[in-house]
Design a binder for this molecule. Structure first.
Ligand code: ZN
Ligand code: ZN
Length: 258
């Protein structure tokens, strides 16, 4: 819902700590291509929620090479249309921006943004984007993204691993087979909504247990509701487990894709 949450005046929603102001969750990956486009900056976004435009302005996003979707809920997709100006720009050099999505997410994107994807669309300034099936493993400009299946209520959605970091949002359970994809991480970003149980999101306690089992050097909680104040919650967590905050930036070792 974002923090402040509309209509709420709880201590976290009225807090003046900037880390208590939370736009909807998203990740920006940037790296320099070491392959045949040597030196060129590559930019990948995971999820374009309703705050995508604001985030793009705030963090200086001027191009996008690809978008990966975790799932099709509103807080993860509704900003897709704001790719339009960036897509016009990149279309001239590289063609449409690929949007990697599992079948369920692709279907919802096609329905909601019918004027973008329908072959019958007469909307001439639609985003120059193209849905692509989400594979187990995608290599883009020398970096490998692995799909890490997680459960979100009764829906299987996608988490991602890139090098020695992983991003798992909207998690309510982690299938046993996914733990093998999460070994040897320097950074784990994982959702932890609040203390109270929720049908499709992990509590802080569940996320803590997974964080300890996965054993990343650093764990960052994201997708945080207004029940969790930044400072107060951090005081209760182990030293290498912290709440993430808008604008948090982490160097990630992505190694060389085979
Ligand atoms: Zn969701
Ligand atoms: Zn969500």
């Amino acid at each position: 819902m974002g923090v402040p949450t509309l209509g709420c005046d709880c201590p976290v929603c009225i807090s003046d700590d900037p880390r208590d102001r939370r736009l909807r969750p998203s990740v920006l990956l940037r790296w320099n291509d070491s392959g045949h486009n040597s030196g060129r900056e590559c930019v990948v976004v995971i999820d374009t929620g309703p705050d995508f435009r604001e985030q793009a302005l705030r963090y200086g996003l001027t191009r996008v090479d690809a978008v990966f979707y975790t799932h099709s809920h509103a807080d993860h997709i509704l900003g897709m249309d704001d790719l339009r100006p960036l897509s016009f720009k990149s279309f001239r050099e590289d063609g449409p921006i690929p949007l990697y999505a599992a079948p369920e997410a692709a279907e919802v994107l096609e329905r909601i943004f019918d004027y973008t994807f329908s072959p019958d669309s007469t909307y001439r300034t639609r985003a120059r984007v193209q849905l692509q099936p989400l594979a187990e493993r995608t290599v883009l400009h020398g970096v490998e993204l692995l799909r890490v299946p997680v459960m979100h209520g009764d829906m299987e959605i996608a988490g991602f691993r890139f090098g020695r970091a992983a991003y798992l949002t909207d998690v309510s359970d982690i299938p046993e087979s996914s733990f093998a994809l999460l070994e040897g991480l320097d950074h784990l970003v994982i959702s932890a909504l609040r203390y109270k149980p929720h049908p499709s999101h992990a509590t802080v306690e569940q996320a803590l247990a997974w964080a300890k089992r996965i054993g990343a050097g650093h764990t960052w909680f994201t997708h945080i509701s207004h029940d969790l104040g930044h400072e107060q919650t951090n005081r209760t967590l182990p030293e290498n487990i912290r709440l993430a905050y808008d604008g948090l930036s982490l160097p990630v070792n992505v190694g060389a894709a085979r």
